[in-house]
Write a protein that binds this ligand. Structure first.
Ligand SMILES: [Zn+2]
Ligand SMILES: [Zn+2]
Ligand SMILES: [Zn+2]
Length: 138
């Protein structure tokens, strides 16, 4: 059994080739992918709507999380083991490289505690740091 099909099983998701291929893409990428990255990675046999639904399902189930991009678009990245159905548990930062354009999860770098004024309820915190990544710095 492949890692992707094992993961689908673990998250109680029905196995389809499309789901497995999308998940594989993320497992191999090691970085955040935009919708068009997924489309390009899968080839013309996959239609946009199915890809969109698959990403949506993965988000809901805790396999993927959203990564905000400086260009206003949304990217998606794999969650770590700690996320489950409807619950995302991570406060890591995201790094966007200006040289290669890739956005990566820095899983071990945690967003510091931010205190909000009275009357503001925090739901989600996103922190994007831009600069030059390790790979491009060499
Ligand atoms: Zn998550
Ligand atoms: Zn880079
Ligand atoms: Zn992330």
């Amino acid at each position: 059994m492949t890692i992707a099909s094992k993961t689908l099983k673990q998250f109680n998701l029905r196995h389809t080739n499309g789901r497995e291929e999308v998940l594989d893409l993320f497992l191999n990428a090691g970085r955040a992918l935009a919708h068009h990255d997924v489309e390009n990675g899968l080839g013309p046999a996959h239609d946009r709507v199915t890809i969109y639904r698959t990403l949506r399902t993965f988000l809901d189930k805790g396999l993927l999380h959203k990564v905000l991009d400086d260009e206003g678009g949304t990217k998606y990245a794999l969650c770590r083991e700690t996320c489950a159905d409807g619950h995302h548990h991570h406060d890591h930062i995201h790094f966007k490289c200006e040289a290669c354009g890739q956005t990566t999860c820095l899983d071990d770098v945690v967003i510091p505690v931010i205190t909000l004024p009275k009357g503001y309820d925090r739901k989600e915190t996103n922190l994007l740091i831009q600069g030059v990544c390790q790979g491009c710095n060499q």
